[in-house]
Design a protein around this ligand. Structure first.
Ligand SMILES: Nc1ncnc2c1ncn2[C@@H]1O[C@H](COP(=O)(O)OP(=O)(O)OP(=O)(O)O)[C@@H](O)[C@H]1O
Ligand SMILES: [Mg+2]
Length: 688
């Protein structure tokens, strides 16, 4: 064991580490609750290393893709070769992960892998659940809760480590988890929380005067820039993050001027991340020249990464970010500014939950540079100041509550249990569900069973089993109701792109993306066209908002697969590239794959469905499908080649290297040409 502790290579353990490491070494399950940046990751890593040293396997799961990749990269420092990661694409069958010693996963990916085969976790020695407070999340909490119960059931002997900074009821949760609670409120870098009200900066009983330049946010930014404090400004929405970035850039510029040349080249790089830059890229490029960036899900991954990197290096002085930056990713700043304690919904305004504010505040203080980190709350009036003092300064975190108990979850997971052969009658299902954090009532379970029987997902009286259709739906990881809708659509399908996309988007897996402006537009459209797409939805109720949302997204996808540029899509629909890619690589890809698989199971052989799936992924018309199947050729390069009369791999070969380099540029052109030639040769050899 000494050796493993040495491997961690730490001079001195933090208080939470001291408490938890002892428990980990005693083979206990542990729930470690301690402030942000207190070093909880190491506790999980220790359990993983210990498992490996005993010839067992180790798994790390987190709810965030970026976080999972970060931990995967960090874990490589231990020099273990056989590591795997899978966080995205639910259509990919990652069965090979079974042969990896250590695997890093997102919760949805682990859940879907288990549906296909429970032995993906064979020989499990330790599993780490990071950011476990996510049980509280309306959308994704149930997945995490089910997974925890399932893994405890399947692998009672494996060591489980649960980590979180923000749990209001840790005792309660540790009881459910059957894990020892390791708790500490010590933070290596102290957090100081101040309130900014006009020209005053309030800290405990003291007040500091700051220069009033007529705007609350600018007052604070001016103060920070004058003191050369790098900061993150949290903003409630993507739009606000962008406009705050613009607003503060004049002030930050004073400080950033020193690195003008580097900033200009960074700005150019960010601007040209796509062939046709969007409006938001233009804004980004402009603010970056002044040492400011915004950071939100609308940007491309590579842009976000670059911004994070340049902030860590100190080139970017300030980031205006949405709260998604707050959870987990390691991007500390000297100061965090919380621009508003309110969240505006369509109909009402509410206070931010304490745990969310704590996650944001947790970014303050860089372990290597700062003795303390500062959080500044912007207060609009005396009343806000009181709320901030009472609610956020000495926070009392909300208790975690289960969000499992609703019809959809019970339906989905009842089918999962039967199809994985983990339960074969109502009593066994009840027994399994009793292991959840949530308390379910028996009536809901019997209703779910009835429903699944009625639509032939399962059969049997005393012994329930999944039909091939039921098994397929469980493996595809979709809601049974979605499967019924899709089957109905398939039974009377016309090969019309728009109707297909609309049917595809009428599913509970599709999140609401539509804006109030678009709801109005689509209402008009429905009236004008007398659209009655509703018939496709069969006898399941779909609320108006989801129905309009499906039409809206069908328009977006229709334009995408007909090669409208990202910039045009942002312009027309307000959907920025990062979000567009999340849609097309995420649920749209996964659902279109599911539609295709369902069709096959119904013996419908449809080239149309297969093509639509690829077109959604690639954003191209059918005529480019040949070209985009070649590595490094996406929609833009494929269109360039096509315009030059080059439509296939062999066309590329016969065009000659010079011509391809001319069209695609020297480096990429050469790569692609060589690939095609080699690939054609290999195919010919196979034929011989
Ligand atoms: N014993 C230690 N000594 C010095 N630095 C440490 C120690 N343990 C961890 N760190 C460093 O502290 C930083 C924060 O650690 P970590 O990411 O594990 O925090 P966390 O508790 O998981 O926070 P969060 O709740 O925000 O996820 C990392 O940069 C890590 O390398
Ligand atoms: Mg952490």
């Amino acid at each position: 064991m000494e050796d493993i502790l040495k491997l961690l290579n730490v001079k001195e353990f933090t208080p939470i580490q001291k408490i938890a490491i002892d428990l980990v070494l005693k083979d206990k399950n542990v729930l470690a609750v301690a402030p942000t940046a207190s070093g909880k990751t190491l506790i999980g890593e220790l359990a993983m290393l210990k498992a490996i040293s005993k010839g067992k396997r180790a798994i790390y799961v987190s709810p965030l893709r970026a976080l999972t990749s970060e931990k995967y990269e960090d874990f490589k420092r231990f020099g273990i070769k056989n590591i795997g990661i899978s966080t995205g694409d639910l259509t990919q069958d990652d069965a090979y992960l079974k042969y990896k010693e250590v695997v890093f996963l997102s919760i949805e990916k682990l859940d879907s892998l288990l549906r296909k085969s429970v032995d993906i976790l064979e020989n499990l020695g330790a599993i780490v659940f990071d950011e476990v407070h996510l049980i509280n999340d309306e959308e994704r909490g149930p997945t995490l809760e089910f997974l925890i119960a399932l893994i405890n059931y399947l692998y009672p002997k494996a060591q489980k480590i649960y980590l979180s900074a923000t749990i209001g009821n840790p005792e309660d949760l540790s009881n459910w988890l059957k894990a020892e609670l390791a708790y500490s409120d010590f933070r290596p870098v102290k957090l100081i929380k101040k309130i900014a009200l006009y020209d005053r900066l309030i800290f405990e009983d003291t007040e500091e005067e700051i220069l009033d330049i007529g705007d609350q946010i600018l007052n604070v930014v001016n103060y920070l820039v004058s003191n050369r404090k790098q900061f993150i400004l949290f903003s409630p929405t993507r739009n606000l993050a962008e406009s705050y970035a613009e607003k503060i850039s004049i002030l930050v510029n004073r400080w950033a001027k020193e690195n003008q040349n580097e900033l200009i080249s960074l700005s150019e790089k960010l601007f040209s991340a796509l062939d046709i830059p969007t409006k938001s890229f233009e804004k980004l490029a402009k603010v970056v020249r002044n040492g400011v960036a915004f950071h939100h899900a609308g940007l491309l991954n590579e842009q976000r990464k670059l911004i994070e990197e340049k902030f860590k290096e100190g080139l970017i002085k300030a980031i205006a970010a949405t709260p998604t930056l707050a959870m987990g990713v390691n991007l500390p700043a000297n100061t965090v500014v919380i621009s508003s304690i309110y969240r505006r919904g369509y109909f009402s305004t509410s206070l931010l939950p304490v745990y969310e504010v704590e996650q944001m505040a947790g970014r303050a203080g860089r372990p290597k540079y700062d003795k303390e980190g500062t959080v500044i709350f912007i207060s609009r009036n005396e009343r806000d100041t009181e709320i901030i003092k009472n609610t956020y300064l000495n926070p009392e975190l909300e208790p975690i509550k289960s969000k499992f108990s609703n019809e959809k979850n019970i339906r989905v997971y009842t089918l999962a249990l039967i199809s994985m052969n983990l339960a074969n009658n109502q009593k066994e299902i009840e027994e399994f569900f009793s292991k959840l954090y949530s308390e379910l009532n028996k009536f809901q379970i019997s209703q779910a069973i009835e429903f699944l029987k009625r639509y032939s997902f399962i059969i049997g009286e005393n012994k329930l089993s999944a039909t091939p259709f039921g098994k397929l739906v469980s493996e595809l990881y979709i809601d049974p109701i979605t499967a019924i809708k899709y089957k109905y659509y398939l039974s009377q399908m016309s090969e019309d792109e728009f109707s297909y996309l609309h049917a595809l988007m009428c599913a509970s897996e599709v999140p609401l993306q539509i804006t109030p402006k678009w709801i109005e537009k689509i209402e008009e459209e429905i009236e004008y066209l007398h659209l009655d797409l509703n018939q496709q939805i069969f006898d399941f109720y779909i609320d108006d908002e989801s129905y309009y949302n499906a039409i809206y997204l069908a328009h977006v996808l229709y334009d995408w697969i007909n090669e409208k540029s990202e910039a045009e899509i942002e312009e027309v629909y307000g959907i920025q590239p990062g979000i567009l890619y999340q849609i097309v690589n995420g649920f749209a890809n996964w659902l279109s794959y599911s539609m295709y698989r369902l069709a096959l199971s119904m013996k419908i052989k449809s080239k149309f469905l297969r093509e639509m799936q690829i077109r959604i992924q690639e954003g191209v018309k059918s005529e480019l499908l040949n070209l985009v199947s070649i590595p490094q050729i996406g929609r833009v390069r494929a269109r360039k080649l096509f315009k030059a009369g080059i439509k296939t791999k062999s066309d590329i070969k016969s065009a000659g290297i010079g011509r391809i380099k001319e069209i695609l540029g020297p480096v990429i052109g050469e790569n692609i040409y060589n690939y095609c030639v080699q690939n054609i040769n290999e195919e010919n050899n196979k034929l011989l």
